[in-house]
Design a binder for this molecule. Structure first.
Ligand SMILES: C[S@@+](CC[C@H](N)C(=O)[O-])C[C@H]1O[C@@H](n2cnc3c(N)ncnc32)[C@H](O)[C@@H]1O
Length: 243
């Protein structure tokens, strides 16, 4: 299924203050993404979907730039981003709709592209925003992401496989690196899994409100099917250079 932008915004708006304390998988991918970049010195950097500034933090510690630009659907993201890079120029709104009147030599994005239904269109937009030799680095997730949740509830985004991502990327970009991995979290009770999903905004898959009965049913089924109370993230991190 694909999610509605208004729902995504509402959920991330609610979770943004608690996000960084809960987003271990996103810290893991942000760290790799920055380390995989072949150079660290840039003129203009654009970060898409900066959220609570996890990737901004890693970028601030490693990269050099003349101008840092960041975007997110949620306006409050600007405050988080500016904690790490205070002169960031921030664009609030849906990345797909924003008209930028300049080009960037690096576009980065951590754990955002899975929310875009049409990867081709996003890559096309990135391509048009990059300078000659510009770099694009992003992390997203592959179909086994939250396999436990999908198995129990049937809810999942339309994650692209690593091969699909590679195929679309290679139309306009030369791959520099592509890394898939698994990041497994363990919890001591299923309620904490629900809280984790809420605090990281990833409950944006549905607007359906769960009552006590649904929550109990979910917890019972989770403990029965996945007694180790694992939650699996399956990230993929891509670094590519425009052809
Ligand atoms: C999982 S969070 C990742 C946040 C941050 N990049 C990080 O490193 O943790 C996804 C972010 O993407 C943003 N987002 C989702 N759809 C977007 C869109 N269409 N345009 C801009 N931002 C979007 C959300 O508001 C949220 O802050």
């Amino acid at each position: 299924m694909q999610s509605d932008t208004k729902i995504i915004k509402k959920h991330f708006q609610k979770s943004i203050d608690k996000y960084a304390d809960n987003a271990d998988a996103q810290k893991y991918t942000a760290d790799i993404l920055i380390k995989e970049l072949p150079v660290t010195d840039f003129d203009n950097i654009l970060e898409i979907g900066a959220g609570a500034g996890i990737l901004t933090y890693f970028a601030a510690n490693t990269l050099k730039w003349n101008n840092y630009y960041a975007n997110d659907l949620v306006e409050k993201s600007e405050i988080f981003v500016k904690k790490y890079i205070k002169d960031t120029k921030f664009f609030a709104g849906d990345f797909r709709k924003i008209k930028f009147n300049k080009k960037f030599d690096l576009i980065i994005s951590n754990a955002v592209f899975q929310w875009f239904e049409n990867t081709d269109k996003i890559l096309d937009k990135c391509k048009n925003l990059l300078t000659k030799d510009g770099l694009l680095a992003f992390s997203t997730f592959t179909p086994d992401n939250f396999k436990e949740i999908r198995e129990l509830t049937g809810l999942s985004l339309n994650y692209k496989s690593a091969d699909d991502i590679k195929n679309v990327i290679e139309k306009d970009f030369d791959l520099i690196s592509i890394k898939s991995s698994e990041f497994i979290m363990n919890f001591d009770n299923p309620l904490k899994i629900l809280a984790h999903m809420k605090n990281t905004g990833v409950n944006s898959l549905t607007e359906t409100h769960w009552g006590i009965k649904e929550v109990k049913n979910f917890c019972d089924k989770y403990s029965e099917k996945f007694p180790d109370l694992t939650l699996t993230y399956s990230p993929i991190i891509v670094v590519a250079k425009i052809k």
